[in-house]
Design a protein around this ligand. Structure first.
Ligand code: BES
Ligand code: ZN
Ligand code: ZN
Length: 505
């Protein structure tokens, strides 16, 4: 999709459709919507008066112009209540409008500056949000569909309206940033939607190498023998039931001259989670191809950070492993020794994420990174607690928590902080090893996070549990069925905040 910025009169735009907004409860159209209403002889006003157009979020109304203006259609998207308007409403409205037009096989679309009259929303950020909405909302994963019959249409050209010529450069900057963020989220979605026979640990390493070439990143892939040397017994224990060789992926981005890693992003890369010997029920097991969503997210995030040239040093670390119950598989009751020397009693081989992360977090803390953020589809318990609406945030570093929650509010990837009281640690105590990998049914997301904390050391660290948010079964706003790409855009925004804080100090 080509996205450009144009200026001029919206009633003269030549396109398959022009998209304009309407606030909920507005008695009459305003700005560009009003101009188009006039050109269409009051058609929009009439539909508002008849109660057909109400301006509710998600509402899309198309009016055929039948030659009264150069654009073939006027599409009015609901923006919700004026006082509740946010950038996320722009993303959602543009996504719904574009998806509607894509289904109608419209190829070129003009979009009005939505909500630009609201003081707290700059035209630049509105253009960024519109770009994200258009690219994310029209996403589909059809790589393995050979039948071309019901192919969705393709919007080839999207033109964003700028109020005047002087603002065009800013809008273009917004488009550039929006594209970098949305394309990174799309990369993560593609990796997660890819079946596990295509997205193996080796394929994840291939993606890392490809990203490294594209964005001049440094990459190293540790093989089984390297991991053995480093003492990654927990990761290797999980890997031993599968024929797929494990890969430990490290991608480095240097955005400033000073040495050291400002931010280590660690992502769970279980390319398929059968549960291992503690095998999962077969119902919905296919969804476990997405158990590498954390790994995909950190790889995608570092590529966007590089593309935007943010001024900080970042490392993305992905332990990539398949969890299967082969003849040499790990068994409940086994004891593993992680990279830090800590021993783990395996209660369930299905609590494998925390074991591969034990080694990855131990490795990251040895890098002396200034911050560590890990992302994992870690626990069903987190999905039960928070549903599919928000990602669980676990940390004892309140500054990092505040930063990521603020970043999530901007990107629309909602975050909610969960408890990390020491009192829960009792549940992870083992009789025969330093710690056990299951802390019981109660507070399962917190005991998993407290398990991870044991391998981090003193580095400021935050854990995101995306078990509920990494996939969706409903098409809504800028999310389509399947992978969501959460929390790629938030990670980039967090990196941006860290980079700016560093410069100020
Ligand atoms: N990958 C799963 C968690 C998960 C569940 C992700 C649902 C996405 C959707 C994880 O490895 C797992 O199996 N966790 C167990 C832990 C339990 C054995 C302590 C769980 O949540 O049931
Ligand atoms: Zn599992
Ligand atoms: Zn898992």
């Amino acid at each position: 999709m080509k996205i450009n910025v144009i200026t001029g009169d919206i009633t003269r735009v030549e396109a398959g459709a022009v998209v304009v907004g309407l606030f909920e409860g507005a008695k009459k159209p305003q700005d560009d919507t009003a101009a188009l209403d006039k050109a269409l002889g009051g058609a929009v006003s009439r539909l508002i008066n008849q109660g057909e157009i109400r301006g509710k979020p998600g509402e899309v109304t198309a009016i055929h112009s039948l030659g009264r203006i150069p654009a073939a259609r006027v599409v009015i998207v609901g923006l919700g209540k004026r006082e509740e308007f946010t950038l996320d409403k722009v993303r959602g409205a543009v996504a719904e409008g574009c998806r509607f037009l894509q289904k109608k096989k419209v190829e070129d679309v003009g979009v009005a500056a939505l909500g630009a009259e609201r003081l707290n929303i700059t035209p630049e950020s509105s253009a960024q949000a519109a770009t994200e909405g258009a690219l994310l909302g029209t996403y589909s994963f059809r790589r393995h569909i050979t039948e071309k019959e019901d192919e969705p249409g393709r919007i080839n050209k999207l033109s964003l309206m700028s109020a005047d010529k002087t603002g065009m450069a800013l809008l273009k900057r917004g488009v550039k940033r929006g594209r970098a963020l949305a394309e990174a989220a799309v990369l993560a979605r593609d990796m997660v939607n890819e079946p596990a026979n295509y997205m193996t640990p080796s394929s994840m390493a291939d993606v890392a190498n490809k990203l490294a070439r594209e964005y001049s990143l440094e990459v190293s892939i540790l093989e089984k023998k390297d991991m053995q040397k480093l003492g990654m017994g927990a990761l290797l224990g999980v890997a031993q039931g599968s024929c797929q060789p494990p890969k430990f992926i490290i991608v480095n981005y240097k955005g400033k001259a000073a040495r050291g890693v400002d931010l280590a992003l660690v992502g769970k890369g279980i390319t398929f989670d059968s549960g291992g010997i503690s095998i999962k029920p077969s119902h919905n097991m296919e969804e476990m191809k997405g158990d590498m969503a954390g790994g995909a997210a950190v790889m995608a995030a570092i590529s966007a950070i590089a593309r935007l040239g943010l001024a900080l040093n970042v490392a993305a670390i992905v332990p990539a492993v398949e969890n299967l119950p082969g003849g040499s598989a790990l068994k409940p009751g086994d004891v593993l020794t992680a990279i830090t020397g800590k021993t783990i009693e395996v209660i369930s081989t299905d609590a494998e994420g925390r074991m591969i992360l034990a080694d990855a977090l131990g490795y990251a803390s040895k890098l002396k990174a200034r911050h560590i953020v890990d992302v994992a589809t870690l626990t069903g318990a987190c999905e039960i607690a928070l549903g599919k609406v928000c990602t669980g945030v676990f940390t004892s570093n309140q500054e990092l928590a505040d930063q990521i929650i603020a970043a999530g509010a901007e990107t629309g990837e909602l975050m909610w902080q969960m408890p990390m009281y020491d009192d829960y640690k009792e549940q992870n105590k083992s009789d025969i090893a330093d710690i056990k990998n299951v802390g019981g049914r109660e507070a399962g997301a917190t005991t998993a996070a407290l398990f991870l904390a044991e391998f981090v050391g003193k580095t400021p660290w935050l854990h995101l549990d995306i078990a509920g948010t990494s996939m969706t079964d409903k098409e809504s706003r800028y999310l389509t069925r399947g992978a969501t790409g959460v929390p790629v855009r938030t990670l980039v925004s967090l990196a941006d905040k860290i980079a700016h804080r560093k410069q100020r100090h």
